[in-house]
Write a protein that binds this ligand. Structure first.
Ligand code: FES
Length: 376
């Protein structure tokens, strides 16, 4: 055991990637959102000074990449101030946005403030499906305008499409749209099941046949690109894999997420775990990162049980995702059931089977709204 008694064998390096979730408020209500089901209130959000200090402290420790995310970060009036501060500190700054509310005036102000990069999400490749999934009329139209603005202001542009059983059949349409919009990179990301997406998993999870067909279409499309146009990245869901992902590149090694209320987390989902997480309103980022019990809890290998404990791949995947292990087995110390070596691996096949006949209605991210969108 280490000197901190947590099982972390070495002093970790600094957090390299800081995700600042400025607010969970969002104009869209996507049922695949990975935000927690308990969204909290705006009154709990960190104020500007708290964020400025978090940015300074993490940068001083060595953080280099900064994502402004949410919810919708554009809903924070101090976004430009935070971007300017981060840019002055030398971060590479990325705005992760739905695009709703990104006017020409605002994009110019963000450029002036030093924003480096914009990631713009779409819900689908046409207005009907896009607006239905996000539960907001005319949002597709607005996103098209924003994509043009992003290019006009010469930002590198990542386009993000979350793929589910509802829209995965439109993947060729999606790729054609990305070419038209001149995206630099495109994430064709089948949803990861956390937060609202986990709640709605039985509706959202594509079948294996849908996935195979989609991947084949992506490959054909890529071949025709002949090296031109966007770089497409196709991300498959864990549920059909045999080995777990090295979640967050290992707990507490690289990523630090600060939630809107100031909770400091090793990943965006960690609050679901039966651990107490620190808050940047009460502790410095340095104290949190190096000394907090929750951050040290899954560092290193001492926490592992079988089969991870003796597995020769444990330094590659770190036992997989702690949040997924907890959601699926109720035990955060277990091997991620995605792994075929896990005695719980059958849970994945059971989840896939269950997804063919969802037992209850799909819910939008806003719990007040309940509209089935199973047919698009
Ligand atoms: Fe929390 Fe994987 S999302 S450890």
């Amino acid at each position: 055991m280490s000197e901190n008694g947590s099982g972390a064998p070495h002093q970790p390096g600094p957090p390299l990637w800081l995700l600042a979730e400025l607010t969970y408020e969002c104009p869209l209500h996507c049922p695949y959102c990975s935000n927690p089901v308990n969204l909290g209130s705006r009154e709990q959000e960190c104020d500007t000074d708290t964020w400025l200090k978090v940015l300074s402290d993490a940068r001083e420790m060595g953080a280099v990449q900064l994502g402004f995310s949410g919810g919708e970060p554009l809903l924070r009036k101090d976004l430009e101030q935070l971007v300017a501060h981060a840019s002055g500190l030398g971060y590479y700054t990325n705005l992760i946005t739905s695009g709703i509310g990104l006017t020409e005036k605002r994009i110019a102000a963000l450029r002036e403030a030093g924003l480096d990069h914009i990631q713009l999400s779409f819900q689908a490749a046409n207005a009907d499906a896009n607006d239905l999934i996000g539960n907001k009329r005319h949002s597709f139209e607005q996103k098209l305008k924003v994509a043009k603005l992003v290019k006009r202001f010469e930002y590198p542009m990542v386009l993000n499409f979350c793929l589910t059983a509802q829209n995965i059949h439109q993947i060729e349409e999606v790729m054609a749209l990305c070419c038209e919009l001149e995206g630099d990179y495109v994430e064709l990301a089948t949803v990861q099941y956390y937060g609202w997406a986990y709640l709605n998993r039985d509706h959202l999870l594509p079948s294996q046949a849908q996935l195979i067909e989609a991947e084949a279409k992506v490959n054909v499309f890529r071949d025709k690109q002949d090296g031109k146009g966007p770089h497409f990245i196709f991300v498959t869901p864990d549920y059909y894999e045999e080995r777990p992902k090295a979640c967050m590149n290992g707990w507490g090694t690289t990523f630090l997420t600060v939630a809107p209320d100031g909770s400091a987390l090793p990943c965006h989902s960690a609050k679901i775990l039966p651990l107490t997480f620190p808050n940047v309103k009460e502790k410095s980022v340095r104290d949190i990162w190096f000394d907090d019990f929750a951050f040290n809890h899954f560092r290193g290998n001492d926490w592992m049980q079988g089969p991870c404990e003796t597995c020769d791949e444990k330094d590659l995947d770190f036992g997989g995702c702690r949040c997924q292990a907890y959601m699926l087995t109720g035990d955060m110390y277990k091997t991620d059931p995605v792994c075929s070596k896990s005695p719980d691996h059958h849970l994945m096949a059971e989840a896939v089977a269950k997804s063919q006949t969802p037992e209850r209605e799909l819910v939008y991210r806003d719990p007040k709204v309940k509209i089935p969108i199973t047919e698009i």
